[in-house]
Design a protein around this ligand. Sequence first.
Ligand code: NDP
Length: 297
Amino acid sequence: MTAIRIDGKAFAAKLRERVGEAAMAFAQSAGRKPGLAVVLVGDDPASQVYVGSKGKATVAANMESFTHRLGAETSQADLLALVDQLNRDDAVDGILVQLPLPDHLDEQSIIASISPDKDVDGFHVINAGRLSVGQSGFVPCTPLGCMMLLTDRLGDLSGLEAVVIGRSNIVGKPMAQLLLDANATVTIAHSRTKDLAGVVKRADIVVAAVGRPEMIGRDWLKNGATVIDVGINRLPPEPGKEKGKLVGDVAFDEASEVAGAITPVPGGVGPMTIAVLLRNTVVAAHRNAGLDAPAGL
Ligand code: NDP
Protein backbone atom coordinates (compact mmCIF):
# COMPACT_ATOMS: atom_id res chain seq x y z
CA MET A 1 0.00 0.00 0.00
CA THR A 2 1.18 3.54 -0.66
CA ALA A 3 -0.37 6.06 1.67
CA ILE A 4 -2.28 9.08 0.44
CA ARG A 5 -0.22 12.19 1.16
CA ILE A 6 -2.37 14.63 3.13
CA ASP A 7 -1.62 18.03 1.63
CA GLY A 8 -1.77 20.43 4.57
CA LYS A 9 -0.36 23.24 2.48
CA ALA A 10 -3.21 23.09 -0.03
CA PHE A 11 -5.83 22.67 2.72
CA ALA A 12 -4.38 25.64 4.61
CA ALA A 13 -4.40 27.80 1.47
CA LYS A 14 -8.12 27.12 1.00
CA LEU A 15 -8.83 27.84 4.66
CA ARG A 16 -6.94 31.13 4.41
CA GLU A 17 -9.02 32.05 1.40
CA ARG A 18 -12.27 31.40 3.30
CA VAL A 19 -10.93 33.37 6.27
CA GLY A 20 -10.08 36.27 3.94
CA GLU A 21 -13.65 36.26 2.60
CA ALA A 22 -15.10 36.15 6.12
CA ALA A 23 -12.82 39.03 7.14
CA MET A 24 -14.01 41.10 4.20
CA ALA A 25 -17.66 40.42 5.03
CA PHE A 26 -16.94 41.32 8.67
CA ALA A 27 -15.37 44.64 7.62
CA GLN A 28 -18.49 45.46 5.62
CA SER A 29 -20.84 44.89 8.54
CA ALA A 30 -18.63 46.12 11.40
CA GLY A 31 -16.96 49.05 9.62
CA ARG A 32 -13.46 47.84 10.54
CA LYS A 33 -11.20 44.90 9.74
CA PRO A 34 -10.54 42.11 12.24
CA GLY A 35 -7.25 42.83 14.03
CA LEU A 36 -4.49 40.54 15.30
CA ALA A 37 -1.78 41.86 17.63
CA VAL A 38 1.44 39.85 17.86
CA VAL A 39 3.93 40.61 20.61
CA LEU A 40 7.55 39.56 20.23
CA VAL A 41 10.01 40.00 23.08
CA GLY A 42 13.72 39.69 22.28
CA ASP A 43 15.53 38.74 19.11
CA ASP A 44 15.26 34.97 18.83
CA PRO A 45 15.80 34.39 15.08
CA ALA A 46 13.16 31.66 14.69
CA SER A 47 10.57 33.81 16.52
CA GLN A 48 11.45 36.80 14.29
CA VAL A 49 10.66 34.66 11.23
CA TYR A 50 7.39 33.33 12.70
CA VAL A 51 6.21 36.80 13.69
CA GLY A 52 7.10 38.22 10.27
CA SER A 53 5.16 35.51 8.46
CA LYS A 54 2.17 35.81 10.79
CA GLY A 55 2.03 39.55 10.05
CA LYS A 56 2.13 38.99 6.29
CA ALA A 57 -0.49 36.22 6.42
CA THR A 58 -2.77 38.43 8.53
CA VAL A 59 -2.67 41.26 6.00
CA ALA A 60 -3.14 38.80 3.11
CA ALA A 61 -6.33 37.58 4.83
CA ASN A 62 -7.80 41.11 4.83
CA MET A 63 -7.08 41.72 8.50
CA GLU A 64 -5.18 44.40 10.42
CA SER A 65 -1.82 43.28 11.79
CA PHE A 66 -0.32 45.02 14.81
CA THR A 67 3.21 43.86 15.60
CA HIS A 68 4.88 44.91 18.84
CA ARG A 69 8.60 44.16 18.99
CA LEU A 70 10.05 44.65 22.45
CA GLY A 71 13.66 44.44 23.61
CA ALA A 72 14.97 41.28 25.31
CA GLU A 73 15.30 43.21 28.59
CA THR A 74 11.58 44.17 28.72
CA SER A 75 10.24 43.83 32.27
CA GLN A 76 7.30 41.71 33.32
CA ALA A 77 5.45 44.91 34.33
CA ASP A 78 5.98 46.54 30.93
CA LEU A 79 4.82 43.43 29.08
CA LEU A 80 1.75 43.15 31.30
CA ALA A 81 0.99 46.82 30.64
CA LEU A 82 1.13 46.24 26.88
CA VAL A 83 -1.19 43.21 27.10
CA ASP A 84 -3.58 45.27 29.22
CA GLN A 85 -3.59 48.03 26.60
CA LEU A 86 -4.27 45.46 23.83
CA ASN A 87 -7.05 43.87 25.90
CA ARG A 88 -8.79 47.26 26.01
CA ASP A 89 -8.17 48.17 22.35
CA ASP A 90 -11.35 47.64 20.28
CA ALA A 91 -9.33 47.38 17.06
CA VAL A 92 -7.60 44.26 18.43
CA ASP A 93 -9.61 41.02 18.30
CA GLY A 94 -6.78 38.58 18.87
CA ILE A 95 -3.59 38.79 20.95
CA LEU A 96 -0.68 36.44 20.53
CA VAL A 97 2.45 36.63 22.66
CA GLN A 98 5.15 34.75 20.78
CA LEU A 99 6.71 32.00 22.91
CA PRO A 100 9.24 31.24 24.23
CA LEU A 101 9.71 34.41 26.27
CA PRO A 102 13.12 35.33 27.72
CA ASP A 103 13.84 33.49 30.98
CA HIS A 104 13.21 36.42 33.31
CA LEU A 105 9.56 36.65 32.19
CA ASP A 106 6.85 34.41 33.62
CA GLU A 107 5.03 32.89 30.64
CA GLN A 108 2.10 31.57 32.62
CA SER A 109 1.20 34.90 34.17
CA ILE A 110 1.59 36.71 30.84
CA ILE A 111 -0.77 34.24 29.14
CA ALA A 112 -3.16 34.53 32.09
CA SER A 113 -3.26 38.31 31.57
CA ILE A 114 -4.60 38.02 28.00
CA SER A 115 -8.38 38.40 27.80
CA PRO A 116 -9.73 34.86 27.16
CA ASP A 117 -11.95 36.34 24.44
CA LYS A 118 -8.85 37.59 22.59
CA ASP A 119 -6.73 34.51 23.32
CA VAL A 120 -6.60 33.26 19.72
CA ASP A 121 -3.76 30.86 20.59
CA GLY A 122 -6.13 29.11 23.00
CA PHE A 123 -3.45 28.86 25.71
CA HIS A 124 -5.35 30.62 28.53
CA VAL A 125 -6.55 28.30 31.31
CA ILE A 126 -10.09 29.56 30.74
CA ASN A 127 -9.95 28.33 27.15
CA ALA A 128 -8.36 25.04 28.21
CA GLY A 129 -11.23 24.69 30.68
CA ARG A 130 -13.85 25.57 28.08
CA LEU A 131 -12.44 22.90 25.75
CA SER A 132 -12.42 20.41 28.56
CA VAL A 133 -16.08 20.94 29.48
CA GLY A 134 -17.34 21.40 25.92
CA GLN A 135 -18.00 25.15 25.89
CA SER A 136 -17.07 27.29 22.94
CA GLY A 137 -13.80 29.16 23.35
CA PHE A 138 -10.51 29.13 21.49
CA VAL A 139 -8.72 25.88 20.74
CA PRO A 140 -4.93 25.86 20.21
CA CYS A 141 -4.19 26.24 16.51
CA THR A 142 -2.02 23.18 15.85
CA PRO A 143 -4.39 20.53 17.24
CA LEU A 144 -7.41 22.24 15.70
CA GLY A 145 -5.60 22.19 12.35
CA CYS A 146 -4.83 18.47 12.80
CA MET A 147 -8.49 17.86 13.54
CA MET A 148 -9.55 19.65 10.36
CA LEU A 149 -7.20 17.45 8.31
CA LEU A 150 -8.51 14.32 10.03
CA THR A 151 -12.19 15.06 9.56
CA ASP A 152 -11.57 16.11 5.95
CA ARG A 153 -9.87 12.76 5.34
CA LEU A 154 -12.00 10.42 7.44
CA GLY A 155 -15.35 12.12 7.98
CA ASP A 156 -16.91 10.65 11.11
CA LEU A 157 -14.29 9.59 13.68
CA SER A 158 -16.78 7.81 15.97
CA GLY A 159 -15.40 4.68 17.53
CA LEU A 160 -11.99 4.90 15.86
CA GLU A 161 -8.94 4.11 18.00
CA ALA A 162 -6.79 7.23 18.26
CA VAL A 163 -3.36 7.37 19.85
CA VAL A 164 -1.86 10.79 20.57
CA ILE A 165 1.86 10.64 21.38
CA GLY A 166 2.77 13.67 23.50
CA ARG A 167 0.89 15.38 26.31
CA SER A 168 1.89 19.03 26.10
CA ASN A 169 -0.68 21.70 26.90
CA ILE A 170 -0.41 23.19 23.43
CA VAL A 171 -0.59 20.04 21.29
CA GLY A 172 -1.07 16.64 22.91
CA LYS A 173 -3.73 17.37 25.53
CA PRO A 174 -6.02 19.56 23.42
CA MET A 175 -5.60 17.10 20.53
CA ALA A 176 -6.78 14.24 22.72
CA GLN A 177 -9.72 16.31 23.93
CA LEU A 178 -10.79 17.14 20.36
CA LEU A 179 -10.60 13.48 19.35
CA LEU A 180 -12.63 12.52 22.40
CA ASP A 181 -15.24 15.15 21.53
CA ALA A 182 -15.41 13.55 18.08
CA ASN A 183 -16.18 10.21 19.76
CA ALA A 184 -12.87 8.52 19.03
CA THR A 185 -11.48 6.12 21.64
CA VAL A 186 -8.41 8.01 22.78
CA THR A 187 -5.10 6.96 24.30
CA ILE A 188 -2.51 9.56 25.28
CA ALA A 189 1.03 8.18 25.20
CA HIS A 190 4.16 9.90 26.53
CA SER A 191 7.73 9.28 27.60
CA ARG A 192 6.69 6.88 30.37
CA THR A 193 4.37 4.78 28.20
CA LYS A 194 5.30 1.09 28.23
CA ASP A 195 5.47 -0.68 24.88
CA LEU A 196 4.81 2.49 22.91
CA ALA A 197 5.13 0.65 19.60
CA GLY A 198 2.45 -1.83 20.72
CA VAL A 199 0.13 0.99 21.81
CA VAL A 200 0.57 2.82 18.49
CA LYS A 201 -0.06 -0.40 16.55
CA ARG A 202 -3.68 -0.42 17.79
CA ALA A 203 -4.42 2.98 16.34
CA ASP A 204 -6.61 3.85 13.38
CA ILE A 205 -5.42 7.42 13.93
CA VAL A 206 -1.92 8.31 15.11
CA VAL A 207 -1.04 11.88 16.06
CA ALA A 208 2.67 12.22 16.78
CA ALA A 209 3.68 15.33 18.75
CA VAL A 210 6.95 14.35 20.37
CA GLY A 211 9.92 16.16 18.83
CA ARG A 212 12.05 13.07 18.06
CA PRO A 213 13.17 12.70 14.47
CA GLU A 214 11.63 9.76 12.63
CA MET A 215 10.91 7.85 15.83
CA ILE A 216 7.84 6.08 14.44
CA GLY A 217 8.68 3.49 11.84
CA ARG A 218 6.83 1.07 9.60
CA ASP A 219 6.48 -1.68 12.19
CA TRP A 220 4.68 0.59 14.67
CA LEU A 221 1.72 1.23 12.40
CA LYS A 222 -1.47 -0.66 11.74
CA ASN A 223 -2.26 -1.22 8.07
CA GLY A 224 -4.27 1.67 6.71
CA ALA A 225 -3.78 3.98 9.73
CA THR A 226 -4.15 7.73 9.27
CA VAL A 227 -0.97 9.40 10.51
CA ILE A 228 -0.72 13.06 11.49
CA ASP A 229 2.88 14.11 12.10
CA VAL A 230 3.14 17.27 14.19
CA GLY A 231 6.87 16.96 14.90
CA ILE A 232 9.31 19.40 13.38
CA ASN A 233 12.90 18.26 13.80
CA ARG A 234 16.03 19.39 12.07
CA LEU A 235 18.59 16.68 11.33
CA PRO A 236 22.30 17.49 11.55
CA PRO A 237 23.53 18.98 8.25
CA GLU A 238 25.01 16.64 5.67
CA PRO A 239 28.65 17.34 4.77
CA GLY A 240 28.93 20.52 2.73
CA LYS A 241 25.43 21.72 3.63
CA GLU A 242 24.69 24.59 6.00
CA LYS A 243 21.35 23.32 7.32
CA GLY A 244 20.06 19.85 8.07
CA LYS A 245 16.87 18.44 6.58
CA LEU A 246 13.52 19.01 8.36
CA VAL A 247 11.80 15.78 9.33
CA GLY A 248 8.82 14.80 11.44
CA ASP A 249 8.44 12.31 14.26
CA VAL A 250 7.44 9.68 11.70
CA ALA A 251 9.80 8.02 9.20
CA PHE A 252 7.76 9.22 6.25
CA ASP A 253 8.92 6.91 3.46
CA GLU A 254 8.63 3.65 5.36
CA ALA A 255 5.44 4.69 7.17
CA SER A 256 3.91 5.48 3.77
CA GLU A 257 4.20 1.79 2.88
CA VAL A 258 1.79 0.85 5.66
CA ALA A 259 -0.36 3.89 6.45
CA GLY A 260 -3.57 4.72 4.62
CA ALA A 261 -2.85 8.45 4.70
CA ILE A 262 -0.04 10.55 6.17
CA THR A 263 0.98 14.19 6.50
CA PRO A 264 4.45 15.11 5.21
CA VAL A 265 6.95 17.33 7.03
CA PRO A 266 7.20 20.03 5.85
CA GLY A 267 3.88 20.76 4.11
CA GLY A 268 1.52 18.91 6.44
CA VAL A 269 0.53 20.22 9.86
CA GLY A 270 2.87 23.26 9.83
CA PRO A 271 0.90 25.39 7.33
CA MET A 272 -2.34 24.59 9.16
CA THR A 273 -1.19 26.24 12.37
CA ILE A 274 -1.01 29.75 10.94
CA ALA A 275 -4.20 29.30 8.89
CA VAL A 276 -6.08 28.32 12.07
CA LEU A 277 -4.62 31.32 13.89
CA LEU A 278 -6.21 33.53 11.23
CA ARG A 279 -9.44 31.53 11.48
CA ASN A 280 -9.50 32.02 15.26
CA THR A 281 -8.93 35.76 14.81
CA VAL A 282 -11.84 36.23 12.42
CA VAL A 283 -14.05 34.16 14.75
CA ALA A 284 -12.91 36.36 17.68
CA ALA A 285 -13.80 39.49 15.71
CA HIS A 286 -17.33 38.21 15.14
CA ARG A 287 -17.80 37.21 18.77
CA ASN A 288 -16.34 40.47 20.07
CA ALA A 289 -18.70 42.43 17.81
CA GLY A 290 -21.72 40.34 18.87
CA LEU A 291 -22.09 38.86 15.36
CA ASP A 292 -22.77 35.21 14.49
CA ALA A 293 -19.61 33.20 13.82
CA PRO A 294 -18.93 32.91 10.09
CA ALA A 295 -20.12 29.64 8.52
CA GLY A 296 -17.75 27.11 7.03
CA LEU A 297 -14.73 27.87 9.20
P1 NDP B 1 6.82 19.09 24.22
O1 NDP B 1 8.29 18.92 24.31
O2 NDP B 1 6.13 20.07 25.09
O3 NDP B 1 6.13 17.67 24.44
C1 NDP B 1 6.67 16.50 23.90
C2 NDP B 1 5.88 15.32 24.38
O4 NDP B 1 6.48 14.15 23.83
C3 NDP B 1 5.90 15.15 25.90
O5 NDP B 1 4.60 14.86 26.36
C4 NDP B 1 6.85 13.98 26.12
O6 NDP B 1 6.47 13.14 27.21
C5 NDP B 1 6.68 13.19 24.85
N1 NDP B 1 7.86 12.38 24.59
C6 NDP B 1 9.16 12.77 24.62
N2 NDP B 1 9.96 11.73 24.34
C7 NDP B 1 9.17 10.67 24.13
C8 NDP B 1 9.40 9.32 23.83
N3 NDP B 1 10.62 8.84 23.65
N4 NDP B 1 8.34 8.50 23.71
C9 NDP B 1 7.09 8.95 23.88
N5 NDP B 1 6.80 10.24 24.16
C10 NDP B 1 7.82 11.09 24.30
O7 NDP B 1 6.55 19.39 22.67
P2 NDP B 1 5.30 20.08 21.92
O8 NDP B 1 4.05 19.36 22.22
O9 NDP B 1 5.36 21.54 22.09
O10 NDP B 1 5.74 19.78 20.40
C11 NDP B 1 5.91 18.46 19.92
C12 NDP B 1 6.53 18.52 18.53
O11 NDP B 1 5.63 19.20 17.67
C13 NDP B 1 7.84 19.27 18.42
O12 NDP B 1 8.64 18.65 17.42
C14 NDP B 1 7.44 20.65 17.96
O13 NDP B 1 8.46 21.30 17.23
C15 NDP B 1 6.29 20.31 17.07
N6 NDP B 1 5.30 21.38 16.93
C16 NDP B 1 4.87 21.64 15.67
C17 NDP B 1 3.93 22.61 15.45
C18 NDP B 1 3.46 22.84 14.06
O14 NDP B 1 2.96 23.88 13.75
N7 NDP B 1 3.56 21.83 13.17
C19 NDP B 1 3.38 23.43 16.54
C20 NDP B 1 3.80 22.99 17.86
C21 NDP B 1 4.76 22.01 18.01
P3 NDP B 1 6.54 13.63 28.76
O15 NDP B 1 5.36 14.51 28.94
O16 NDP B 1 6.43 12.35 29.50
O17 NDP B 1 7.85 14.33 28.91
